[in-house]
Design a protein around this ligand. Structure first.
Ligand SMILES: Cc1cc2nc3c(=O)[nH]c(=O)nc-3n(C[C@H](O)[C@H](O)[C@H](O)COP(=O)(O)OP(=O)(O)OC[C@H]3O[C@@H](n4cnc5c(N)ncnc54)[C@H](O)[C@@H]3O)c2cc1C
Length: 366
């Protein structure tokens, strides 16, 4: 088997990219280890900016709206924000995008696993009839948080666990977040007729935190979440996208917004490479980082700062912040800093003279 681009994984990242490439006539083979492309796990919360930037969207995916958020510190200090966001039906979304990719020409092989590379332009894959080889010009690892292709980059990233429990209890129109330890947290949000009570933690603590905030739940879903973004996600003719590249927000760890931009940039650079017969994949990495560098670096500093603080310090930080106006679900870190303002940021920098707090101030003033 031969193709221009072999895409490993049919989650939202792989399917959005396949759809964009197939629309432009690129010969795409996409393989997915599971028999079904729908994998229920995600809260489906995205900001309004992210919604506008999705390369393909259907209004039927929107099942709820968020108009406010309360972030509660370990000791119970409440930080109020005016967050607005949409809650999407991720199962329907992933299914529709994958169907659209196939409609536009993607050759999707489900029940087919990537096993490894044989040289620079050949992959070994396996389905229930045995091993096969696929020749390609470019290969994309869209194979999620536990990516096999990422191993070729020799850059390990830590993995966290995310859990969502479907329940009948929760806040209407709003999002309640409880900081559990450092930058790890639990949440409750509406999802149409039900609510999701979820958490991000290490190992079993996510399930423990998610279940502790409700009386009962009807189903549990979840999966691995990358702990941080890879610094490099292009190597020769190999590119990573989505969770395999750790393209998640440093604070909430949501991935859909970053995937929307990554899929457009990577599609453009693959098409340019094929048309001009030269490899310009490195431009995808450079352009993605130039869009998000400041937001991610700032978010990582904030996260490191939270991780190094005691619960009592976090209570104090929240009481200093009080309220955040103009919170953006998509650009969380920069909107928190903007919402806090220069005076509060300076006061926090003086109260917590960690290296990270100073760096946040430097970024703010730059
Ligand atoms: C509990 C939870 C809540 C979340 N909430 C939000 C949220 O509110 N907002 C938000 O933006 N993000 C959220 N996220 C994150 C978001 O869901 C992910 O960032 C996004 O779905 C990642 O998509 P992906 O396509 O990169 O990876 P995946 O969806 O993991 O897809 C990877 C695919 O690759 C396949 N695969 C793996 N290995 C192989 C192989 N060797 N061969 C072939 N196929 C393979 C897998 O079967 C899988 O289908 C949440 C995540 C969790 C766990």
């Amino acid at each position: 088997m031969r193709c221009d681009v072999l895409i490993v994984g049919a989650g939202i990242a792989g399917s959005t990219l396949s759809m964009l490439l197939s629309s432009r006539g690129v010969d795409v083979v996409q393989i997915e280890a599971r028999e079904n492309v729908v994998r229920p796990h995600c809260s489906g919360i995205i900001g309004l900016d992210a919604w506008e930037r999705l390369p393909f969207r259907r209004s039927s995916w929107v099942i709820d709206k968020i108009r406010w958020a309360e972030i509660i510190s370990p000791g119970g200090v409440v930080l109020r924000t005016d967050a607005s966001a949409l809650v999407l039906d991720r199962e329907k979304m992933d299914e529709d995008i994958s169907k659209e990719a196939v409609k536009r020409g993607t050759d999707l092989l489900t029940g087919t696993r990537f096993l490894g590379l044989k040289g620079r332009e050949e992959a070994v894959i396996m389905n229930n009839t045995g091993k096969k080889s696929v020749k390609f010009k470019f290969i994309v690892g869209a194979d999620g948080a536990g990516s096999s292709l990422r191993k070729l980059f020799h850059e390990d990233i830590p993995l966290l666990t995310g859990v969502n429990l479907a329940t009948n209890e929760g806040p209407r129109n709003g999002y309640i977040v409880r900081v559990r330890r450092g930058s790890l947290f639990s949440w409750i949000h509406p999802r149409g007729k039900i609510f999701y009570s979820g958490a991000i933690g290490r190992g079993d603590e996510a399930m423990e935190w998610a279940s502790s905030q409700i009386r009962q739940f009807s189903r549990a879903i979840g999966g691995a979440i990358p702990g941080r973004t890879m610094r490099r996600f292009v190597k020769g003719n190999i590119a990573l996208i989505g969770d395999s590249a750790g393209q998640v927000k440093p604070l909430s760890r949501g991935g859909v917004f970053y995937i929307a931009e990554a899929s457009k940039l990577l599609a453009e650079e693959v098409i340019r490479s094929l048309e001009e017969e030269r490899n310009s994949l490195a431009e995808y990495e450079r352009r993605w980082w130039s869009l998000f560098r400041k937001e991610i670096m700032l978010g990582e500093l904030m996260r490191n700062m939270l991780d190094s603080m005691s619960n009592r310090d976090i209570d104090f930080l929240f009481s200093m912040l009080g309220e955040i106006h103009g919170f953006s679900t998509d650009f969380q870190s920069s909107s928190i800093l903007r919402g806090a303002g220069a005076v509060k940021s300076l006061a926090i920098g003086l109260r917590f003279p960690f290296k990270s707090a100073k760096s946040i101030l430097e970024l703010f003033l730059s």
